[in-house]
Design a protein around this ligand. Structure first.
Ligand code: SF4
Length: 411
């Protein structure tokens, strides 16, 4: 108890599984004592996951092109069309990287890239069907609403047609990328050429309605207000209410009650290197941790909460396991986008498992839909592959990070 009757009452209701309003979430975010906030969020996590399991994933982010017409101010990855450093990988290169990922035990690939002016729905159909045909065991959890809007525009088709066609080609799940900040004011300030937050939500709702589930992200720390952070999660929760009310399901799962719509929420912190925004602002560790806890309390309709150890560091990622988080995400066999803006945290399979176990939780490898593939109850159950480590090829690292990338060279 905090001694503040209003805050105590909201925390109790949220911890008991009740719904809190955006105004109440803002009050908790700005006023609630950290220990009480974290305790309430952990109560929710324990009720949802009484087995104490915290999951992780083995996947590889594969970038097909860095050419982009959208020029977001926070992005260190893209190059404008005709820029000398622009590239697009041929299919053989992408398949080569998929093969390496499979060899290292990956169950998922995240195909990400810029808004290439010539890449319409047809390009993505070839990309996804090519990967699916060669590696049907890999879940394709890829692209985001802004890529879908871009490809629909290039090909002159509706959002729904684009979604249905790329799903038929092999896309299994839409990544929550491109959410950044959904409310208009902060979104226009950092990504003036990107679609609105309302359009981002519209694409996700279209995908959910058509049996494709997704995740949702948020990038903190580019000058948004606390109220705008809460508005961001309000927009996502409202969209998920629609999925729940209409009984949307992921087509890949017949019986689960919680995988339709948004499966997880993943906040991360803006990285200020090598981009036009630079180091203007950055969310503090406490702002991040408080937001993690508030998110767990606010999202009574989203099953999973993931910590971003890549941007906040492994100790913060581990701390988040005590305030509502039930998933540490991917080992990231390859990541080039956020690392290009300065995120240098790396890990390996043994360390990720150790982070979970030493926080008093049970580590488990999951798949894209959060189904447990292996539960490591004791050290005897742990995997032994030393090759499963994070790799970056990042302009933020010496030599572009190439010394850390024995997989394949990036051209
Ligand atoms: S964040 Fe995505 S859309 Fe924005 S400039 Fe970078 S690659 Fe393009």
């Amino acid at each position: 108890m905090t001694g503040n009757r209003e805050i105590d009452s909201i925390l109790q209701r949220a911890a008991d599984g009740g719904r809190i309003t955006p105004g109440e979430a803002l009050l908790l975010y700005t006023e609630a004592p950290f220990h009480a906030l974290g305790e309430a969020a952990d109560t929710v996590r324990r009720r949802r996951y009484p087995d104490g399991i915290v999951t992780y994933l083995i996947d590889r982010n594969i970038n097909y092109t860095n050419v982009c017409v959208t020029a977001c101010k926070f992005c260190a990855f893209f190059r404008a069309p005709k820029h000398g450093e622009g590239w697009a990988h041929p299919m053989e290169e992408i398949l080569h990287r998929c093969a390496e990922a499979v060899d290292l035990g990956a169950t998922q690939v995240m195909l990400q890239g810029g808004h290439h002016p010539e890449f319409g729905v047809e390009y993505y159909e070839q990309l996804f069907s090519g990967v699916k045909a060669a590696y049907p065991q890999l879940a394709i959890h890829s692209i985001g609403p802004s890529e879908i809007l871009h490809m629909a525009k290039v090909s002159g088709v509706s959002i729904e047609e684009a979604v249905l066609r790329i799903k038929a080609a092999g896309l299994d799940s839409i990544a929550g990328a491109g959410a950044e900040m959904l409310p208009d004011r902060p979104r226009k300030a950092i990504a003036p050429l990107k679609e609105s937050g309302a359009r981002w939500i519209e694409v996700m709702a279209t995908a959910h309605r058509n049996g494709l589930s997704s995740t949702a992200t948020m990038m903190m720390g580019t000058g948004e207000t606390n109220a705008e952070r809460i508005e961001h999660i309000r927009m996502i929760r409202d969209c998920q209410d629609l999925a729940v009310a209409n009984g949307y399901r992921d087509d890949a799962v017949e019986t689960s009650h919680d995988v339709g719509g948004f499966r997880a929420f993943i906040p991360w912190t803006y990285q200020p290197e090598n981009n036009h925004l630079k180091g203007r602002t950055q969310a503090t560790t406490m702002e991040y941790l408080r937001f993690i806890a508030v998110s767990r309390l606010f999202f009574d309709n989203v099953a999973h909460l993931q910590a971003s150890w890549l941007t906040t560091g492994k100790d913060v990622g581990q701390l988040s396991l005590h305030i509502g988080v039930d998933d540490l995400g991917s080992i990231m066999l390859e990541e080039n986008v956020i690392s290009s803006a300065g995120a240098r945290h790396r890990s390996n399979l043994h360390e990720l498992i150790w982070m979970i176990r030493s926080a008093g939780r049970v580590p488990a490898q999951r798949d894209t839909l959060y189904r447990h593939l292996a539960v490591h109850r004791t050290e005897a159950d742990d995997p032994t592959d030393d090759r499963v480590v994070s790799h970056f090829s990042s302009i933020a690292m010496p030599e572009g990070g190439r010394q850390n990338l024995p997989l394949v060279d990036v051209k």
